[in-house]
Design a protein around this ligand. Structure first.
Ligand SMILES: [Zn+2]
Ligand SMILES: [Zn+2]
Length: 554
């Protein structure tokens, strides 16, 4: 097919970062979007609950928007939906479990009957506008994941989703080697592939190996077992349940997202729960300690936040006891490593026996390591290669792997969020950029927390706050009363009383200069006071407290 139109790929999230994955595929008057994820804030974003990709490009091009295709049900691929669908009602496509999990989540926010949720069967192709989509099954840390081959008038684009090549998966569904190879045989213009584990040598161990280790630990445990995992990790949950069952233990589940996902997955047939295995968590004390396993997760499905509460006796239903065996069958979400190591310490202090990734093989990644990434490239044999899903260094390592497998160096494109990658019949290049930052979600508000607010909150928490109060004559700028200084959280500094006294004189100086120059505009007065104080305080204390001048006019 020959066409003068070009194909554009615009990543809105997931490049140069782990999380908030979202990619725009645009041809002529049609746009489809692959995934709509979120990211959990790192510790340096005080008061922010969630981070979303900036999807204003979709809002501006809503007439072209045909569909959102979901590769799998993880938060970093579907978590943006409740917010995005409130703005833009777009048809959604995903496999049975992916749609099931998305529904469970969306029902909290939106009337489901107003949404267009479409289940796809990966065996059949799907046509949307000028695009024909083929689906390949992939193994990952959640069942029912797919990769996509998107047939466009310019060529075939393969999007890997998140994948690994587990050859003995728990549910028996392997990554679709033959379909990837067949797509590759027919010719692929570009491969967009998951870079998360591009620093890890070899192959990721099979999920099944975790089951073996879990069984050894549970068989030896003399009292209660508390196992923490991700609420979406249905295969892991399956293995934990089987291990509990095999060792004569009942399972109690805590955590809303865990309970919800287990019920969705078992209803849809992705999880097989042995009969009479489950007991309500309120009833665990009716059973001997060596016949109980508690399966837990925390807020947002983050397993370690629940453990932190259990460890500090702050959990509503389960508290740590001496002699408990705790298994952390998960890995910390990036950015949370420090708080996790604290939790592990606290669990040990509380008298528990603790097993975690670095000392026992109780977790494997859901992402393919270097050999698997090479295998993907060799099956698909793309002309162009674009690493996605990863920090910048992951993208670079993945690019080097692609070069090793024989992709021409000038056909490897390392892009960032917002880059417009344009493909025509004979070439591809990054031709421009659109706005692509992040949207911060604070409680229920979306996008009302800007960068400035974040900076203020950081400053408040680390450096405290100084309020300067003064009254000036509104017509002449003459200083009438003050300035007075009130400080909060600006402590731990030697001679702080003296410094604040000096600060007061600095503020006065600044106001007197304004008076001399007949500056009466309140904004200007404020900024003069603020500037001179922050310079002074930084020089004296190396801190940048938040400074709020309150200038009253009479
Ligand atoms: Zn995933
Ligand atoms: Zn992911």
């Amino acid at each position: 097919m020959i066409s003068n139109e070009s194909l554009k790929i615009i990543p809105l999230g997931g490049l140069g970062e782990i999380g908030k994955n979202m990619t725009v595929i645009e041809y002529g008057n049609d746009i489809i979007v692959i995934d709509a994820g979120l990211k959990f804030p790192e510790e340096q974003l005080p008061g922010v609950d969630l981070v979303l990709p900036d999807y204003s490009y979709l809002r501006e091009n809503r007439d072209k928007l045909r569909a959102i295709i979901l590769t799998h049900g993880h938060e970093d691929h579907v978590g943006c939906l409740p917010f995005l669908l409130r703005d833009l009602n777009v048809p959604l496509y995903g496999t049975r479990l992916t749609i099931g999990l998305a529904k469970g989540k969306l029902a909290e926010y939106l009337p489901l009957d107003e949404l267009e949720l479409n289940e796809i069967d990966p065996r059949f192709d799907l046509e949307i506008g000028p695009f024909k989509l083929e689906f390949m099954r992939v193994c990952h840390s959640i069942p029912d994941g797919v990769a996509l081959a998107i047939h466009t008038p310019v060529g075939v684009i393969v999007h890997s989703g998140d994948f690994k090549f587990d050859q003995t998966p728990v549910d028996g569904v392997t990554t679709d080697f033959s379909k990837f190879a067949s797509v590759g045989d027919r010719g692929v213009l570009a491969l967009l592939s998951d870079s998360t584990n591009s620093e890890d040598e070899g192959f990721t161990r099979t999920e099944r190996s975790v089951g073996t280790v879990l069984n050894q630990i549970v068989a030896q445990a003399r009292r209660r077992v508390i196992a923490a995992s991700f609420a979406s990790h249905i295969h892991r949950i399956q293995q934990i349940m089987e291990v509990a069952h095999g060792n004569g233990r009942r399972v109690a589940i805590t955590g809303l997202s865990m309970i919800r996902n287990i019920s969705i997955a078992s209803e849809l047939g992705y999880l097989r729960i042995p009969e009479k295995l489950l007991v309500p968590v309120e009833k665990i004390d009716d059973y001997p300690e060596d016949q109980i396993l508690i399966l837990s997760t925390g807020s947002q499905g983050e397993p370690l936040s629940a453990l932190a509460r259990i460890a500090s006796h702050d959990h509503k239903k389960v508290n740590l006891r001496r002699g408990d065996t705790v298994i952390i069958s998960a890995t910390p979400v990036p950015g949370n490593e420090k708080s996790v190591s604290k939790t592990i310490d606290q669990l040990f202090r509380g008298g528990a026996e603790v097993y975690y990734e670095s000392i026992a093989e109780v977790h494997v990644s859901g992402h393919g390591a270097r050999e698997e990434l090479k295998l993907m490239i060799n099956l698909v044999r793309p002309k162009y290669f674009i690493p996605i899903h990863g920090e910048y260094r992951h993208l670079i390592h993945h690019a080097m792997l692609a070069a090793d497998t024989g992709v021409e160096k000038d056909k490897i494109l390392i892009a960032g969020n917002g880059d417009i990658i344009e493909f025509s019949q004979d070439k591809a290049a990054i031709v421009g950029r659109i706005d692509s930052g992040a949207i911060f979600v604070d409680g229920l508000g979306v996008g009302d927390v800007g960068d400035v607010v974040i900076r203020d909150r950081q400053r408040l928490s680390q450096h405290g706050m100084i309020i300067v109060v003064a009254t000036v004559d509104g017509s002449t700028g003459k200083l009438l009363t003050g300035p007075d200084i009130i400080s909060r959280g600006f402590v731990g500094i030697p001679d702080s009383a003296q410094i604040l006294e000096e600060a007061k004189r600095k503020a006065e100086e600044a106001l007197l200069i304004c008076e001399r120059e007949a500056i009466t505009d309140r904004m200007l007065l404020k900024s003069h006071v603020k500037d001179s104080l922050s310079r002074f305080l930084f020089a004296k204390t190396m801190k940048r407290p938040m400074i709020i001048p309150v200038i009253m006019e009479v």
